[in-house]
Design a protein around this ligand. Structure first.
Ligand code: PMP
Length: 427
């Protein structure tokens, strides 16, 4: 008999390639907001929306665009003109709000942030970077060096000199007890301290809503205040929109627009969902920053015609069907339902989020102590009940992360909320 797939996985893949669930799932196909496992069980997917499948599983428009392009030609994005790449760059540049924008395509968010750091450090002639505590920007040597979430940062041999700033986690940490205005003032003072004393950071990189960190957010106005201070020093602002871009946060197309008093960021990075499962990542920056390095092409597969075809079809679908509006409406309803459950369950410390990004932070009942055990148990219980969700958080993985495909219907939101209500009450 063939060995189970999980045993074969363990025998050849790294130990740190983490898998969810006591009995890991093999997903064999998907449709809309649903996926099926190898035993034929169907699940409502409340996490794939951020992981890969921003719009819907097996979206016919994307499948058709990919298969037609694959049948025509799949080639490198470098050396020859590539129509889908130019067309997608034009559309993204126009949507970016960045003046004289240039777009460079990569295959992942890590590579996009890597490139953003390359540009910022070259443009400013400094290898000092500021990043937010509890952040996640990738796993490569440079991006892991700006990842403040220590459970993901195995190396201290950083090629960058990084300092971490307070502010992205409102409800924990040394300033949590302060009101919004005092919290903002304390974080701005922290930032000023890191900019003084002869330090000349090239950029500050931040996620508008921290993803892996547990869907945490700064209070409104904090990043605008940061921008004003950074501008005094010529320090660039890099907005990592890998999780927050394309309308997921509901009220805005880009996460940075919630903090837009000082105009668009200097550099924006994106990835994950825009290819609806195909590997599309990228960097947007105004020409003077993008063109500050004098180099040949630096990605063989970034911008591949087949992934660009997916991006074009997905973006067209997203805009035509106002999925940002759907994220606002259906996401708002979902967060409301989760808050109603939370009010009756003493292990929920906080429900937070924007649009179709909802985080549920769990604690040991009657305490403020994070409860990764409870988060793991809710994940298992929800799976048993036909719902897939994610988890995240800082040192303790105690936040349930809910980020369904952006075509989620009201009925599906109600169905998923009911599963979570049962799981949170019984665990
Ligand atoms: N930035 C953010 C905000 C992310 O959430 C992630 C992935 N979790 C990355 C960067 C890295 O993206 P990728 O896994 O595509 O390299």
């Amino acid at each position: 008999m063939t060995e189970p797939l999980h045993d074969r996985h363990r025998a050849v893949l790294p130990d740190w390639l983490s898998l969810y669930y006591d009995e890991p799932l093999e997903l064999t196909h998907g449709e809309g907001r649903h996926v099926w496992d190898a035993e034929g069980r169907r699940y409502l997917d409340f996490f794939g929306g951020i992981l890969t499948t921003m719009t819907a599983h097996a979206l016919p428009e994307v499948t058709k665009a990919v298969s037609e392009q694959a049948a025509r030609i799949i080639h490198s994005s470098t050396l020859y003109l590539n129509r889908p790449m130019v067309e997608l760059a034009e559309r993204i540049a126009a949507l970016s709000c960045i003046p004289d924008a240039r777009v460079f395509f990569t295959t992942s968010g890590t590579e996009a942030n890597d490139t953003a750091l390359l540009l910022a450090t070259a443009y400013r002639g400094s290898n000092q970077i500021l990043a937010m505590r509890n952040s996640y920007h990738g796993r490569s040597f440079s991006t892991v060096s700006v990842t403040g979430n220590k459970s993901w940062s195995p190396t201290s041999q950083s090629p960058l000199q990084t300092a971490y700033v307070h502010g992205a986690v409102r409800s924990r940490g040394p300033f949590a007890h302060l009101g919004d205005a005092e919290f903002t003032a304390a974080c701005v003072a922290d930032l000023r301290d890191l900019l003084g004393h002869g330090r000349t950071p090239a950029a500050l990189i931040a996620e508008p809503v921290q993803g892996v960190g547990g869907f945490t957010m700064p209070p409104d106005g904090l990043y605008a205040a940061f921008r004003a201070v950074l501008a005094e020093h010529g320090t660039l602002w890099i907005s990592d929109e890998v999780q927050t871009g394309w309308g997921r946060t509901g009220d805005h197309f880009w996460g940075w627009q919630a903090h837009a008093e000082n105009g668009p960021p200097d550099i924006v990075t994106f990835a994950k969902g825009i290819g609806n499962g195909m590997s599309v990542g990228g960097v947007i920056a105004r020409a003077e920053i993008m063109n500050c390095i004098d180099t040949n092409s630096i990605s063989t597969f970034g911008g591949s015609p087949v992934t660009m075809a997916a991006g074009l079809a997905n973006l067209a679908y997203l805009l035509e069907h106002d999925l940002q509006g759907n994220a606002r409406r259906v996401g708002g309803l979902l967060i409301e339902r989760l808050r109603a459950t939370a009010a009756q369950v003493d292990s929920v410390r906080e429900v937070r989020g924007r649009g179709l990004m909802a985080g549920v932070e769990l604690v040991r009942p009657g305490t403020d102590e994070a409860s990764p055990e409870r988060a793991a148990a809710v994940l298992e219980a929800a799976r048993e009940d036909g719902l897939l969700i994610g988890k995240g958080g800082g040192h303790d993985t105690s936040v349930l992360r809910i980020a369904p495909p952006m075509t989620l219907t009201v009925a599906e939101a109600e169905e998923g909320a009911a599963v979570l209500d049962r799981a949170l009450r019984t665990v």
